[in-house]
Design a protein around this ligand. Structure first.
Ligand code: ZN
Length: 215
């Protein structure tokens, strides 16, 4: 979707919105390839830098779609449907949009909307692994955050983030197999990003449409 590869040295020119030189982050494990900092090609062929793209994501959330070439579900930026003039207009309104979202959700620090819940049983008497996929409405979540889950505000701790639509059930074995690179890729999630939160909790009860709130 993006029209470049991580570590690409092709000249992509300047950001259509802020005018900065577009850089592509190297796949060296310090950055989060594909998830932040990388540019996106707009509808009219101009490029938007990663920094501008992140500001737009609260209104144009990241999505995942099946990629027929890679035969996998890959990240897709809905902001790629804008042309350069539209992107500039939306960026100038991005701050007001964020403020209206904060007001709508009661000025919490960060809000996540649940779209899918998968439970994976653990050993005898052990708490199950619960993978909750959805979108960050705004704000930033980190692993080990305590968050209020669902209508009753039940508090649970996010133990890790998983690749959205990763296809593998999260359990002790898969967590142990994670490479440092995976951990950095999902060291945090920001507004407009699709994410999968992993909980390990006996009493957590979430359903699509619920919100997870951090204060
Ligand atoms: Zn920019």
């Amino acid at each position: 979707m993006a029209g470049y590869k991580i570590g690409d040295t092709r000249d992509l020119g300047y950001c259509a919105a802020c005018g900065n030189v577009i850089t592509i982050e190297a796949n060296n494990g310090i950055f989060r390839p594909q998830r932040c900092g990388n540019p996106v090609k707009l509808k009219d062929g101009e490029w938007l830098c990663g920094s501008c793209l992140r500001k737009l994501r609260v209104k144009y959330p990241q999505d995942y779609k099946p990629d027929p070439v890679q035969k996998a579900i890959m990240p897709f930026e809905s902001a790629a449907g804008l042309d350069a003039a539209e992107a500039r207009r939306e960026l100038s309104a991005a701050h007001d949009h964020l403020e209206s979202l904060r007001e709508k959700y009661g000025f919490h620090q960060a809000v996540f909307l649940v779209e899918d819940v998968k439970k994976e049983k653990s050993g005898f008497l052990k708490a199950p692994f619960i993978t909750v996929t959805g979108h960050v409405i705004y704000g930033t979540f980190y692993p080990y955050d305590e968050a209020a889950c669902g209508n009753a505000g039940y508090k649970a701790q996010i133990i890790a983030f998983e690749t959205p639509h990763g296809g593998l059930a999260v359990n002790e074995q898969t967590l142990r197999r994670w490479k440092p690179h995976d951990l950095i890729s999902y060291a945090w999630v920001d507004g407009g990003e699709e994410a999968a939160f992993v909980f390990r909790d006996k009493s957590l009860n979430l359903k699509p449409g619920d919100v997870i709130i951090k204060d």
